[in-house]
Design a protein around this ligand. Structure first.
Ligand SMILES: Cc1cc2nc3c(=O)[nH]c(=O)nc-3n(C[C@H](O)[C@H](O)[C@H](O)COP(=O)(O)OP(=O)(O)OC[C@H]3O[C@@H](n4cnc5c(N)ncnc54)[C@H](O)[C@@H]3O)c2cc1C
Length: 592
């Protein structure tokens, strides 16, 4: 029998969104007990790797309206504007709250909070803690959770299934990685804060834990995944590892050079901001500070023109240079110490003296679990926030530094809703939930642990490696009907192979191969939602660039994509209107 632990609210995810949500529940209702689950120790969540910073209007030369407009236009008008307004209006309060909890934001000389430029933002509004912003934010949140006795942590617990009874979510079945035993963790509200799914692509800044588990959990429970075709490429990853060189390097003045030493972004449509007559928008050329989708696309064109250089040591991949030498050692050490550390340790160069080779790399999933602006999903009792959710503030292209505030604003918001509604629904029958957890343990035992596929089976790593290459080849920076269809077919074939996965480790304690196998089945479902959504959207918008449909088509596609899972078939694709409040769709030009 699966051991059962009863709580009022379960938060799945110990990253920024999950920790912020757990704190919010504890603060709002100290009577409620909160379970905080994470498949890794919380401080190892991806939020810790965030370097550049978090956007929030704080300076007198900036204003909320401009932050909203930058976000909406950067999103190629696919963001829901009511959600964007909530994000932007609440961002400064959240960042100040973090300061009060101990986050060491960097300072100007006069002691006020320092802000830096970020891509697609017309004004400087990105708060930072040197270039280890996520590290400091996550520490701050983590240590704050320790204050609340009502929060019980389940570290190194892998949520394998949502427990659903009487049409509502009543907890999760989770494997305790230390022993391999299945536990039923029950509650009236479940908040998914499981992060993104960039690891379904071969070349990514995302750690191996970013496998889209929460998206797959919700999807299997009938909740649609929204806007999954929108996957962000960041223009500056280290060519061998995919390690991110933060946009802050360009925010501080770094420039992009092709193999001829030309600052090539001047040749692309990234120059002046839109409203050059508006005194709030300086008439500078955005160039390196253009949005990420455009910069990644410019790299592709440079490669076609033969302006990139090949790196023999990494199977001849193409790269360009990011040059920060002119900033000088003092400024680099003060503002970008981590960039220097990463370049030395992983690229063997010192950016004080040499330009940094970089190439575009998968970075962020704009799509995710469809939620309303209060974090609710279509399944009663289930909520979602952070990168696993699509609320949607990022639309077709996220602006850098918006997601570290998204996890705070919507982490708290989803938690407030979950707290209020925890008491409203009838508590599901615990015996029924326990039985479901037991059945899940049995399923895993019979399909993966008992060696049933030992003959003729495939190893999980084989399926995973293929899947990641398929996505890179079929759904990369540019796609068309042919490449996407090839990806869809290959994914269907890989799903069949995945049903025959065989393990070398049949034990209970820290069976990482088993966890990989469970993650892979989820990755395949998430990837399939991405590919089929990309197939259905026959236009180009933001990060979704179809060479066979190069224009944006508002008449047909100013809509969110909804992918619904179907048993043993391709997902069903449906559409949902975008919420427009104050900013009607316009042309997204950045000058020239
Ligand atoms: C290298 C890098 C740099 C970035 N820099 C910036 C930046 O400067 N500014 C910015 O705004 N954004 C940045 N981003 C994006 C931003 O950091 C993320 O979008 C954000 O931190 C995601 O937070 P999250 O809480 O949603 O997810 P995460 O921090 O990824 O946390 C997910 C949590 O879910 C848990 N989990 C997942 N699956 C399961 C499961 N099955 N069972 C139990 N637990 C599970 C994990 O253990 C983890 O605790 C960056 C991203 C990367 C990759």
């Amino acid at each position: 029998m699966a051991e059962t632990f009863e709580h009022d609210v379960v938060v799945v995810g110990g990253g920024g969104a999950g920790l912020r949500a757990a704190i919010a529940v504890a603060e709002r209702n100290p009577e409620l007990s909160v379970a905080l689950l994470s498949k890794v120790y919380p401080m190892r969540s991806h939020t810790v790797t965030a370097e550049g910073g978090a956007a929030g209007v704080i300076k007198s030369n900036d204003d909320l309206e401009t932050h909203c407009y930058d976000t909406v236009s950067g999103a190629d008008w696919l963001a829901d504007q009511d959600a964007v307004e909530i994000l932007v209006n609440d961002a400064p309060r959240q960042l100040i709250q973090l300061e009060h909890w101990g986050c060491p934001w960097s300072r100007e000389r006069d002691g006020s909070v320092a802000v830096r430029s970020f891509g697609g933002m017309k004004n400087q509004r990105t708060w930072y803690a040197a270039d280890k912003s996520g590290f400091h934010m996550l520490h701050t949140l983590f240590q704050t959770t320790l204050k609340y006795p009502t929060i019980t942590r389940y570290d190194e617990h892998y949520a394998a299934k949502l427990l659903i009874e009487d049409g509502r979510c009543g907890g999760v079945a989770a494997l305790d990685l230390r022993t391999g035993s299945m536990r039923a963790i029950t509650a009236n509200s479940v908040i998914l804060a499981t992060g993104g799914a960039g690891y379904v692509f071969a070349f990514t800044t995302n750690g191996a834990i970013k496998t889209g588990d929460g998206m797959a959990l919700a999807y299997r429970a009938g909740v649609p995944l929204k806007d999954m075709e929108f996957v962000q490429y960041h223009p500056t990853g280290l060519p061998g590892t995919g390690i991110l060189i933060t946009e802050a390097a360009r925010g501080e003045g770094g420039i992009m050079l092709n193999r001829h030493g030309r600052r090539y972004l001047q040749d692309y449509d990234l120059g002046q901001p839109l409203e050059v007559t508006d005194p709030r928008h300086p008439q500078n050329r955005m160039m390196e500070l253009g949005p990420r989708d455009r910069l990644s696309q410019a790299f592709h064109y440079e490669r076609e023109k033969g302006n990139t250089f090949k790196m023999e040591e990494f199977e001849d991949v193409d790269a360009v240079h990011l040059d920060i030498r002119h900033l000088g050692e003092k400024r680099i050490d003060e503002r970008l110490p981590f960039v220097r550390e990463l370049c030395r340790d992983y690229q063997g160069i010192d950016p004080v003296h040499e330009p940094i080779p970089v190439r575009p790399v998968v970075h962020y999933t704009m799509g995710g679990i469809d939620t309303d602006i209060d974090g609710r999903t279509a399944l009663p009792g289930l909520y979602a926030a952070g990168e696993c959710a699509c609320v949607s503030v990022n639309g077709a292209n996220r602006l850098g530094s918006n997601s570290l505030v998204e996890i705070l604003v919507f982490g708290e918001r989803a938690a407030n809703t979950a707290t209020e509604e925890a008491g409203e629904l009838k508590r599901p029958n615990p015996d029924a939930l326990r039985t479901q957890a037991k059945d899940e343990a049995k399923r895993i035992q019979q399909t993966l642990l008992n060696g049933a596929n030992a003959n003729g089976g495939v190893r999980p790593a084989h399926v995973r490696n293929k899947l990641r290459k398929v996505m890179e080849a079929g759904c990369g920076i540019f796609r068309d009907a042919g490449t996407i269809q090839t990806a869809c077919d290959a994914l269907a074939e890989l799903s069949e192979q995945a049903a025959r996965m065989t393990l070398d480790d049949h034990g209970g304690a820290y069976n990482t191969q088993l966890i990989n196998a469970l993650e892979i089945t989820g990755m395949l479902e998430v990837a399939s939602a991405m590919a089929h959504s990309a197939h259905a959207r026959t236009e180009s918008r933001g990060s979704h660039q179809r060479t066979d449909y190069p224009e944006r088509d508002d008449a047909q596609f100013l809509k969110h994509t909804l992918a619904y899972r179907q048993e043993a078939a391709a997902p069903r694709i449906d559409w949902k209107d975008v919420t427009i409040t104050r900013w009607p769709p316009g042309e997204r030009t950045y000058g020239r």
